[in-house]
Design a protein around this ligand. Structure first.
Ligand code: G1P
Length: 289
């Protein structure tokens, strides 16, 4: 079985749910306490043993490339002042030359199309997809948990979690097979953003995937679906007919940082856990409430 070495991270989206903050800043660079969202997702992937990060980027997103580069003046200045802790914090989480690739999605045709844009860089091997809006607080990381499962099962795996029934129209929703038991289970189908009354369950796809390269051929044939976009969920639903496909309910807590409230909650949850900020922040919140 080939190992999962690469992750595709789509970063071309406009971030309309968090405008106007994202008018001139990529949403992936919005800070979560003191690090940008994309940094969390890349570190999560590295924790899962990923060696190569593929960013599917777009217009107005070049600041993301700078984030993953050296910042020579800044680093030299910090080094000269012996600020070692700050220095290590500004160093990119992935430093090996050639271990990060960028490809552009020229038109906003949907998540399925964004993943398809990475086909030549991925080649003929299994790969992960991580959506940077979704930050998952988990140890081991959510993707690391999935890789551990993958090493036993092979095939394709998607992360899922329960959401409120009235929120199914915000997510891809899976239909578990009737004999479901435990965190890992097979599905009979999946559907993108169904209305609550039509949803096959309340188990939502949470933005972490391990996929086989055959998905690319299916993505190429996938027609526009929900929202007029080429949906990864539709191609996965087709792949499920050909290959083994599992849903995995990971251990951890996800935050949807692509929405204003989700981003605020994530900042609070993570700040409260920080040894350097948690107590002062808790005192502030208590006084405010
Ligand atoms: C995407 C996927 C959806 C998934 C969601 C998780 O939707 O298409 O299946 O549940 O991410 O955040 P988006 O939020 O990009 O519209």
């Amino acid at each position: 079985m080939k190992p999962v070495r690469k992750v595709v991270i789509p970063v071309a989206g406009h971030g309309t749910r968090v405008l106007p903050a994202t008018k001139s800043i990529p949403k992936e660079l919005l800070p979560l306490v003191d690090r940008p969202l994309i940094d969390y997702v890349v570190r999560e992937a590295l924790d899962a043993g990923i060696e190569h990060v593929v960013l599917v980027t777009g217009r107005g997103k070049s600041a993301i490339e700078d984030y993953f580069d050296h910042a020579f003046e800044l680093e030299a200045g910090l080094e000269a002042k012996n600020k070692t802790e700050l220095l290590s914090s500004v160093r990119a989480p992935i430093q090996t030359a050639g271990a990060i690739s960028y490809t552009r999605q020229q038109s906003p045709l949907g998540l399925g199309h964004a993943v398809w844009c990475a086909r030549d860089i991925i080649g003929d091997e299994p790969f992960a997809v991580s959506l940077p809006d979704v930050v998952i607080d988990a140890a081991p990381s959510a993707l690391a948990q999935m890789v551990t499962v993958y090493e036993k099962t092979g095939g394709n795996i998607i992360a899922v979690e329960e959401v409120a029934q009235e929120e199914t129209n915000k997510y891809g929703i899976v239909a578990p097979k009737a004999d479901r038991s435990g965190r890992l289970f097979e599905m009979s189908g999946m559907v993108e953003k169904p209305a609550p009354a039509k949803a096959p369950s309340n188990l939502a796809i949470t933005g972490r995937y391990i996929l086989q390269p055959e998905i690319f051929g299916l993505l190429e044939k996938t027609e526009r679906g929900t929202g007029g976009e080429i949906q990864l969920t539709d191609a996965m639903d087709a792949l499920m007919e050909q290959q083994s496909f599992f849903a995995y309910e990971y251990e951890g807590r996800s935050h949807d940082c692509g929405s204003k409230l989700g981003w605020l909650k994530a900042n609070s949850a993570l700040a409260l856990k920080r040894p350097d900020l948690g107590k002062a922040y808790r005192d502030f919140l208590a006084a405010e409430l």
